[in-house]
Design a protein. Structure first.
Length: 636
């Protein structure tokens, strides 16, 4: 796992930016603390920060060139089938100088061109420079596990693993107000947009070809759905196939020349990964975090149970709310684009502690999106099935609306959930999906902007974001359509971004066996009733591994973890909110938000009926912190 960056200048004006190559590369140090390397000719500069995982020798350092000197690569990720590809390439006469998958990726491109992408099983982002043709090819993995951002104008093309590297090259810093509007709805910014005008994110399953001052973006992969003429297996056969595919995926992801372990929350998904990994790796290291101040959310007794059952070397990190709060500002300082999923905090801390023992960790991420694991999937199923009880809940919307709502109280949270359900139930499926994805509707967001800022909103761009998110849905949609939408919106832009950022901030590589593309494709061949019914979410996942997991895991509710934002806002962070980031004078000087609307949101935050306002306030705090760090006050 590494950090990559580079610049391809089209003229002397673009070439000036090459003086920033070292700084742009070193901004990615946490992604690659083990080594750094540069390539710099007259118009092209490539930078690499290395986290050594496979072949830790200097023969695998980057930028790496082929034996002819024509091609160079900077590469981030892992290709799990690299040994099979090396054997195939050797049969074609290729001679290797290292044992790395980087060299396999390079010679795969030289041998098969852009079709090499169809052969790779793994997660990656890379750039290959062809000196002879004077072109660069940049690619991203199928599912979008590894990030790739870029900037293109008449003078240059710049790419990087993180936005801070692009900014270090001197890319213009200009706020994209439509992306900000989307962020204020979702608390993240979906690809291909970013918070900065001109900076884009390469979409999953895509690659770019840049030659002279021409850029072409091409799609090489999309999850095949709906499946064509695929026979539906029996439930028993489907369970066994799932076990086989996931075990094969886990085995591939155990290849490492450095210490490797696994996250273990005590939930079904991570326990399955540990169960399969322990079959093929003795003395597997496992890691979990517990919560001293919130026993309800503390799953460490289940994690300990699983660790004992599979004889792993288990480590538990017990955290207090003060420990969580202590790391809050580390995350804020690391973010180079606003991202306000508060569950990033425990992921950051778990990664930080895990890195003390291991350089690679397996994770159970992706199972919820593939197999229907969230509360909202129950809500979608209820809305599809209808029924008197669901219609009754929906009919009570006027009551739910006036009753107190809060995530911090069990009963008030149930009222909040009933209110959200009733709001979405009456909508069309595409509108329902969007309603349940956002924290604020369009009118609420518009009211947050100042009159001047509203003039910068690109209404078409904002609408296109919603259209992309709901493009796979119609009135006849079922749960698999919802899951397919989640793969493109929630997983790719929230969950995977969160894990990548928080792990890479701590120089830890996280591998996700559930997102092997073969398993993903199989999951979307299965009917919805294999995944969810009125009694069980992730039905086939739970049933397929019932015989090997401790039975106690099946006699407990699914638990997430709620970061105590509301408590912090009302106590520890109150001064930061009231006297700094959302202070009325600062908001007025900034010129982006309507000060009266911000005051109204703050008033609701400190009321007895905050509802979901804490998520919106957190989004504002993250943005304001980011804005003060990256944009000048004089911009507006």
């Amino acid at each position: 796992m590494c950090g990559i960056t580079g610049l391809f200048a089209f003229n002397e004006v673009g070439r000036v930016n090459l003086i920033n190559l070292v700084n742009a590369t070193d901004s990615l140090e946490s992604r690659g603390p083990d080594n750094r390397g540069f390539y710099n000719d007259y118009f092209v500069g490539l930078g690499h920060r290395r986290l050594s995982i496979i072949d830790i020798s200097h023969e695998a350092d980057q930028p790496m060139e082929d034996s002819s000197g024509r091609y160079l690569i900077v590469y981030n990720g892992e290709i799990y089938n690299f040994k099979e590809l090396r054997t195939e390439l050797r049969a074609k006469g290729v001679k290797f100088n290292s044992q790395s998958d980087t060299e396999v990726a390079l010679y795969s491109y030289i041998t098969w061109g852009e079709n090499c992408l169809d052969r790779f099983n793994g997660f990656f982002a890379f750039a290959i420079y062809d000196r002879e043709e004077e072109k660069i090819v940049v690619a991203r993995d199928r599912i979008g596990i590894k990030p790739l951002l870029y900037y293109f104008d008449n003078h240059k093309f710049v790419f990087a693993s993180e936005m801070k590297s692009l900014l270090a090259f001197g890319v213009e810093r200009q706020l994209d107000y439509s992306s900000l509007a989307a962020y204020l709805q979702l608390n993240y910014i979906p690809a291909p947009n970013s918070i900065m005008q001109g900076i884009k994110k390469l979409m999953p399953g895509h690659y770019m070809v840049i030659k002279k001052n021409n850029l072409q973006i091409k799609k090489y992969y999309q999850i095949p759905y709906p499946p064509d003429n695929v026979a539906i297996p029996s439930y028993e056969n489907a369970k066994q196939r799932l076990v086989d595919l996931l075990e094969e995926s886990v085995k591939k992801r155990l290849v490492s020349d450095v210490p490797l372990g696994a996250f273990l929350s005590g939930g079904i998904d991570s326990s399955i990964i540990v169960a399969l990994a322990s079959r093929h790796k003795s003395n597997l290291n496992t890691f979990s975090i517990g919560y001293k101040d919130d026993p309800f959310f503390d799953e460490t007794k289940y994690a300990n149970l699983v660790a004992k059952h599979f004889n792993t070397e288990h480590t538990v990190f017990k955290l207090s709310n003060d420990d969580l709060y202590h790391h809050l500002f580390d995350i804020l300082n690391y973010l180079d684009e606003p991202f306000a999923d508060s569950s990033a905090l425990p992921v950051y801390i778990l990664s930080k502690h895990t890195r003390q023992t291991a350089t690679v960790a397996l994770s159970g991420d992706g199972a919820d999106e593939l197999f229907s694991g969230y509360n909202k999937h129950n809500a979608f199923l209820k809305s599809i099935l209808g029924g008197r009880s669901n219609q009754f809940i929906a009919s009570m919307e006027p009551l739910w609306k006036i009753l107190p709502q809060s995530r911090g109280n069990f009963l008030l949270n149930k009222i909040r959930q009933a209110h959200r359900f009733s709001q979405g139930f009456k909508l069309s499926m595409p509108e329902r999906y969007w309603k349940w994805a956002v924290f604020a509707d369009k009118n609420q967001v518009k009211s947050m902007f100042s009159d001047k800022a509203r003039e910068y909103l690109d209404q078409q761009q904002w609408d296109e974001l919603k259209s992309r998110a709901t493009q796979f849905l119609s009135e006849s949609s079922e749960i698999n359509d919802v899951l397919y939408s989640d793969m493109h919106l929630v997983l790719a832009n929230d969950m995977l971004v969160k894990v990548d950022m928080m792990s890479m901030a701590n120089s830890l590589e996280v591998r996700v066996p559930f997102l092997d593309h073969k398993l993903v494709e199989y999951a979307f061949q299965l009917p919805q009733e294999y995944k969810i019914d009125s009694h069980m979410r992730k039905r086939i996942v739970q049933d397929a591994f019932r015989d090997i997991l401790p039975s106690q895991l099946y006699r407990r509710p699914k638990q997430g973890f709620e970061v105590p934002l509301l408590k912090w806002f009302r106590k520890d962070l109150r001064s930061l909110i009231q006297d700094d980031l959302l202070h009325k004078d600062f908001v007025i000087d900034q010129g982006i938000f309507d000060p009266d609307e911000i005051e109204s949101l703050k008033k609701r935050l400190f009321s007895i009926n905050p509802g979901d306002i804490h998520a919106r306030i957190w989004g504002l705090i993250v943005f304001q912190w980011w804005w003060k760090k990256y944009l000048p006050v004089s911009e507006n």
